[in-house]
Ligand binder design. Structure first.
Ligand code: G1P
Length: 297
């Protein structure tokens, strides 16, 4: 099987959403550019791409999102200014944001759903496997999340997604899988073969409590499936419904994530990410910890 498997070089980052959950902060600023400690949220996903060996990032963007393009572009004037002012380390930091990646941008002009957003990248991806990262989810683990999924794709030839256990009262916020353990792989008991999955089920209809985290590595067949996917939950073309077709073909694997996931797409999750990433920050962490410990709550 490995003979046929192409290298995963590209990642699709859907960033066209309006960010209504963060209004008023997102009236003029894309949600993806909100800062978690000292970087915009979307930079965490791009850094995960770099750490996972991705070469080409495709943003599926929309109106009022040009700050994202500017952030990952070179900024020669800013760099010269910083060097003239004796701040070479800042100039280096600015230069390294793009990490040598190639960036492309395409638009999703209407909010027709995550499946539709991924489909918008079909031409730029072409006939090769690719990763999808939802930029409002920060995933922190020993192995970069996307790297682990690429390894599963390369070993199995099937699509790979991360899942994690979510409380029953939150299953209606996620894609939820029905899976069975996949024996005899080097990924151990964290690897499941997906039998089916449902987008945002009610607690009584959920097939498990394993929620899709927002990291995917998919074969190019997914585009054909998405083209034929009708609007589903919330009247949108759901990526989950395209993934069901891969599961029907026995070509979808789920890995229970061995790390910490922050859903910074809602205000509480964003605050949790800010506090925990602040505590982990090598420069700020110790002082921030002392500050939190001294708070009289
Ligand atoms: C999307 C997906 C869902 C997944 C979730 C993870 O939903 O449709 O399957 O579980 O991301 O964050 P959204 O949060 O965009 O509504």
């Amino acid at each position: 099987m490995t003979g046929k498997i192409k290298k995963v070089r590209k990642a699709v980052l859907p960033v066209a959403g309006l960010g209504t959950r963060f209004l008023p902060a997102t009236k003029a600023i894309p949600k993806e550019m909100l800062t978690v400690v000292d970087k915009p949220l979307i930079q965490y996903a791009v850094e995960e791409c770099i750490a996972s060996g991705i070469e080409h990032v495709i943003f599926v963007t929309g109106r009022r999102k040009s700050a994202i393009e500017d952030h990952f572009d070179l900024a020669p004037e800013l760099e010269s200014f910083l060097i003239e002012r004796g701040k070479p380390e800042h100039a280096k930091m600015v230069r390294e944001i793009s990490g040598g990646l190639h960036f492309s941008y395409t638009r999703q002009s209407e909010a027709l759903g995550l499946g539709h957003a991924v489909l918008c990248a079909a031409e730029l991806v072409g006939d090769e496997p690719f990763a999808v990262l939802l930029g409002d989810v920060i995933m922190e683990g020993k192995v970069p999340a996307t790297r682990e999924l690429i390894d599963i794709y390369e070993a199995t030839g099937g699509g790979a997604i991360h899942v994690e256990r979510v409380p029953r009262e939150r299953v209606h916020l996620y894609g939820i899988i029905d899976g069975v353990p996949e024996e005899g792989t080097r990924f151990g008991d964290r690897l499941l073969r997906v039998k089916d999955l449902v987008e945002k089920p009610s607690a009584d209809k959920a097939p498990s409590n394993l929620g899709v985290t927002g990291r995917y590595v998919l074969p190019p067949e997914i585009f054909e499936y998405l083209e034929n996917t009708k609007p589903g939950a919330g009247g949108e073309i759901q990526l989950t419904d395209g993934l069901r077709r891969l599961a029907e073909d026995n070509k979808l694997f789920a890995c229970i994530y061995d790390g910490k996931t922050y859903d910074a797409g809602d205000k509480l999750g964003f605050l949790q990410a800010t506090v925990e990433m602040g505590l982990k920050n090598p420069k700020l962490g110790p002082d921030f910890r002392a500050y939190l410990q001294g708070l009289k709550l």
